[in-house]
Design a binder for this molecule. Structure first.
Ligand code: 5GP
Length: 130
């Protein structure tokens, strides 16, 4: 079971942003920007492109809805999209509010946000999710 499956099952806490039958979105615990969100399929699959065409499409469309909520909740120029999967073997789309190119640099020092701040960010994105 991956760490993300444990999060989806509620065995590990997360700052949930959105959920439906197939997907779960939550704040990245080590964000590169305020509102950095991960969108994962509930079904465990390692590599994003190993998903069926239908699942990949649905994953992307769900991420689009989450990105729209992020854009409303967090002032930014764009919501950046990244897929790496080098750390956790459970397909996930990173959604990151961007104002400049450097905002998406995963090598820079990540933000340290308090649990209260994380909770507030998650709640404001969730409130804008349609
Ligand atoms: P990647 O697999 O795309 O290289 O990176 C995995 C991402 O998942 C990282 O940005 C990391 O901060 C995040 N991550 C790893 N473990 C946890 C966790 O337990 N909870 C949350 N919310 N995020 C995690």
């Amino acid at each position: 079971m991956t760490i993300f499956s444990k999060i989806i099952a509620g065995e590990i806490p997360s700052y949930k942003v959105a959920e439906d039958d197939l997907f779960y979105a939550f704040l990245d615990i080590n964000p590169v920007a305020k509102g950095h969100t991960l969108v994962v399929p509930k079904q465990e699959v390692d590599y994003i492109f190993d998903q069926s065409d239908a699942m990949l499409s649905a994953h992307t469309v769900f991420a689009k809805r989450v990105a729209s909520a992020i854009k409303k909740a967090i002032p930014c120029n764009r919501v950046g999209v990244a897929v790496m999967g080098l750390e956790v073997p459970h397909a996930h789309i990173h959604l990151i509010p961007l104002n400049s190119e450097g905002d998406m640099d995963f090598r820079k020092e990540h933000l340290k946000l308090s649990p209260e701040e994380m909770q507030e960010i998650a709640a404001s994105i969730a409130a804008n999710f349609e």
